[in-house]
Design a protein around this ligand. Structure first.
Ligand code: FDA
Length: 309
């Protein structure tokens, strides 16, 4: 991991920076590259534009590591109202959330209660919910959580990270319950005894996991979303799908709002399923620092905003 990336990931957890950095106007300006705005209405307006290009979205209302369980209810209520609004406006938007936003650091049971409320409402509205995956200290607990929810609700998916050595084993265990999986590389700072450090190793493992998942789309009809902006990997996955006879419309890619937009449009034009994940909300600091860490060159973009009016 580069020094720049390590510093940015350290910064994402630093309390002083969490409290002060978001106040700078030039940082608020730079965030707009990845976020259409802080409200659900901003994100819905962005979705309407994307839908003109046949690209539906997934919404994440930013928040993580709450300190009080009352905040879990506030966060859950936000998602319940959002799902109702999506249903009323008849627009293709799914939701994806972090378990620590609804109390995972404080109470497994309360988190389960909040999550089931959200998932139940989503199911009633014909909608789906994905669980974001956080740092490695949460993985065991999140897998247990997912298995518990999946028994009752089939409209739930889980994100897994290709940088962790364990992920193939986790997938093979989960496959019994026909999981829905969003595969990503992984956005946190992890030690080398549990995670690949070199980009090439992470990419190779992503492709190995993808081959396994493609075979499972074919055998079991599970839903898989390949969450990456890495065009080379996307091409490898597309080639492998063709090789095993999987039609384009069985493949789903997911990418983040504001990153490689032209390539997102192109995937849609070519007949692949592509869904854009839009994050919004006021609590954007740690999430934004992880986006900067993925491409430290983004820091120059932030710096350039210092000189805007
Ligand atoms: P890689 O980092 O190799 O980037 C490939 C290319 O994409 C880069 O060369 C650059 O051009 C472009 N790019 C990538 N990131 C960029 C950025 N921030 N700014 C500008 N350009 C960028 N992680 C996690 O741990 N838990 C989760 O739940 C999720 N959820 C999630 C959902 C979806 C839909 C996506 C796309 C990603 C996530 N992630 C995530 C983040 C993921 O783990 C990973 O950090 C990023 O996707 C970056 O990795 P890539 O696969 O894009 O490849």
């Amino acid at each position: 991991m580069s020094a720049g990336r390590s510093i940015l990931l350290w910064g994402s957890k630093n309390n002083w920076m969490r409290n002060h950095v978001p106040k700078f106007r030039f940082v608020r300006h730079a965030v707009k590259k990845f976020m259409p705005g802080e409200t659900a209405t901003d994100a819905i307006n962005a979705t309407r534009e994307l839908l003109k290009k046949n690209i539906p979205t997934t919404f994440t209302h930013l928040g993580e590591n709450i300190k009080d369980l009352s905040e879990a209810e506030t966060a859950a209520n936000h998602y319940l109202e959002l799902i109702d609004r999506i249903n009323k406006e008849k627009i293709d938007i799914e939701v994806s959330l972090k378990l620590t936003q609804i109390g995972f650091d404080l109470s497994f049971e309360k988190t389960l209660e909040c999550f089931k409320q959200i998932t139940k409402r989503a199911r009633e509205c014909g909608n789906n919910v994905f669980i974001d995956i956080e740092d490695s200290s949460y993985v065991d607990k999140t897998l247990d959580f997912y298995k518990k929810v999946k028994v009752e609700y089939d409209n739930v998916g889980l994100c897994l990270q290709a940088y962790l050595y364990r992920t193939m084993d986790d997938l093979k265990e989960l496959i019994q319950i026909n999981p829905w999986i969003r595969l990503v590389k992984g956005a946190y700072k992890e030690p080398e005894n549990i995670a690949f450090k070199k980009k090439k190793d992470v990419d190779d493992n992503f492709f190995e996991l993808s081959k396994y998942l493609l075979s499972q789309i074919q055998e079991r009809g599970i839903r898989v979303a390949f969450g990456t902006h890495d065009l080379k990997l996307q091409q490898q996955i597309r080639n492998e799908a063709t090789k095993i006879g999987l039609a384009k419309n069985k493949l789903e890619f997911q990418m983040l709002y504001g990153i490689k937009s032209a390539e997102q449009y192109k995937l849609a034009e070519e007949g692949y399923n592509i869904r854009t994940l839009i994050s919004y909300g006021e609590f954007w600091y740690p999430w934004y620092m992880r986006r900067l860490a993925e491409r430290p060159a983004n820091v120059w973009f932030v710096a350039k905003n210092i000189f805007r009016n």
